[in-house]
Ligand binder design. Structure first.
Ligand code: GTP
Ligand code: K
Ligand code: MG
Length: 501
């Protein structure tokens, strides 16, 4: 036990003002008067099934008015059980469709509200009639975009990262995107952020205990040091998350891959083989490609935006010059690049001024093409490769015109990408899966780090200021999940803390 007063240098006024202002409660929206919303949940148009969703306090009313038995009699929903029914207009009783209906009793529903789903035949007139019927209920109104999910969030069914994950899941076009989105939607990212926030709040609880009980009272020894080391740990964890080479964001938005190199090497031929169609013009004329041609492709389950670019050389042709300028920019802005070189030209390339060589980065891979024009068993000279800046560990040889070597290149390149962007095989392993999938996450984490670091910069006499920084840090993390507010700090003070008195 130790009797210490970390607040000894603080004026009583500063302290009481701090204690008064530290727990401002956030406004909690009341959902008592929420209306009932409805919308078509499937794409409009002709298809086997359309699902119309109704959510809110009067969802059950719509069931009573519209879901009837085969003889037109009233039905009572058995929650979560699909019921074969006749869907009718609530006012004139006219049958709209023969379908199915299900009642999800709140809070065990997506929105956590009472929800009715009508499964109809998907046709424009059927859907229009069902929506028109719903509009006759005085408390029902059409849902705004995303409003079902918004209600799920407001009702605490999901946090913001889950909302984002759900959106990404719907948008996912590749396996890696689907896996990351599903993990987010299931709450894996929320867990990480909640844990960070809990750790900060627990450190804050300790600091606040020092503020509350420090003056002339007894408190356990080492509390201040504990709080500090806890904060240091959190900073380390966050820095680990931030140091992810933007994998999550890249996988969400697509990895930018630029194909570059001297003219006529086979860059456009490579793009076409990757795309499995004649997307780019291929001719024996050097300088064929001028504009950037971009395609979204799936390479080894990764979303990749591939750009074919103009061959890089010195030229007096104005149009070609502009193309070359664009090519350079595209390569500079890419996340990865493939430099295509023509094997028969390799020797000459050492003397051509090499204005493409400066675009090589540690993220450049090399494809030495047109092997069919070289003698069998011929191997490029290591000294020449070194002079050209070709890294042999990231190099493949091909004959794209004959499709030779393409498969080997593609599988090697895909696994290099998977390795670099951390999506190899095991997504369930926490270390493999990126936590940050949006700039918003990154910004808040960076802010949190700044607040935590300035909290650490305060000495034991300034813990009131340190506490303030910790609150900001917790809020920054809370902003990611949408859980801002510091009510829980108070609880944590008394729950997690052993006061030595
Ligand atoms: N012999 C042989 N010819 C190839 C090979 N790959 C591509 N070519 C030919 O080389 C020529 C140039 O190919 P492109 O794909 O247009 O080359 P590029 O690098 O896009 O050329 P620019 O856009 O002009 O810079 C075409 O006639 C292709 O058919 C190969 O592996 N072997
Ligand atoms: K060409
Ligand atoms: Mg081309």
């Amino acid at each position: 036990m130790l009797s210490r007063s970390p607040l000894r240098s603080l004026t009583p006024l500063t302290r009481s003002r701090y204690l008064q202002t530290r727990h401002k409660s956030s406004l909690v929206l009341s959902d008592a008067q929420r209306s009932t919303i409805y919308a078509l949940g499937t794409p409009p148009g002709k298809a086997g099934v359309a699902v119309v969703r109704v959510s809110g306090p009067d969802a059950l009313e719509t069931w009573r008015g519209m879901v009837k038995g085969s003889g037109g009699h009233e039905t009572t929903p058995q929650p979560w059980k699909l019921k074969r029914c006749r869907i009718v207009h609530p006012q004139n009783g006219e049958t709209i469709d023969d379908g199915l209906a299900v009642f999800f009793k709140g809070p065990k529903s997506f929105t956590a509200e009472d929800t009715v789903e009508l499964h109809l035949h998907s046709g424009p007139a059927v859907i229009a009639a069902a929506l028109a019927a719903l509009s006759t209920f005085p408390t029902c109104r059409p849902a705004a975009p995303g409003e079902f999910t918004r209600r799920a969030f407001l009702n605490g069914r999901m946090d913001l990262t889950q909302v984002e994950g759900l959106k990404d899941l719907i948008d996912a076009g590749t396996e890696s995107q689907r896996k990351i989105a599903l993990r987010a939607a299931e709450g894996a990212i929320r867990e990480k952020f909640d844990e960070l926030r809990q750790r900060i709040i627990s450190a804050l609880a300790k600091v606040e205990a020092l503020i509350d009980f420090g003056e002339g009272e007894e408190i356990e020894e080492g509390v201040y040091e504990d709080a500090r080391s806890q904060v240091t740990e959190v900073v380390d964890i966050i820095k680990g998350y931030l140091n992810d080479h933007r994998r999550g964001e890249l996988l969400r938005s697509g990895i930018r891959l630029a194909i570059f190199g001297p003219p006529n090497a086979g860059k456009s031929s490579l793009l076409n083989i990757l795309a499995r169609r004649e997307a780019a013009i291929v001719t024996p004329i050097p300088g064929t490609t001028r504009d950037i041609l971009e395609l979204a492709l799936d390479i080894g389950g990764l979303p990749v935006i591939v750009a074919d670019t103009a061959g890089l050389r010195k030229t007096d042709d104005t149009v070609e010059q502009i193309g070359i300028e664009r090519a350079r920019k595209a390569v500079a802005n890419s996340d990865v690049s493939i430099c295509v070189l023509s094997l028969p030209d390799l020797q000459n390339l050492t003397e051509d001024g090499n204005n493409w060589k400066e675009l090589i980065t540690p993220n450049t891979y090399f494809l030495l093409n047109k092997a069919d024009l070289m003698p069998a068993q011929w191997r490029p000279d290591s000294a020449v490769l070194r002079e050209l800046g070709v890294v042999q560990e990231r190099m493949w040889v091909s004959s794209l015109a004959k499709r030779d070597g393409f498969e080997v290149f593609l599988s090697g390149f895909a696994s290099a990408l998977q390795k670099q962007f951390g999506m190899s095989d095991d997504l369930t392993e926490a270390t493999q899966s990126p936590i940050i999938t949006r700039q918003r996450h990154r910004e808040n984490l960076e802010n949190a780090t700044r607040f935590l670091e300035s909290a650490l910069a305060y000495g034991p006499d300034d813990i009131v200021f340190a506490a303030e920084e910790l609150r900001y840090a917790a809020n920054a993390i809370g902003k990611v999940t949408g859980a801002i507010g510091v009510e829980d700090v108070l609880d944590a003070v008394f729950r997690d803390f052993c006061i030595g008195k």
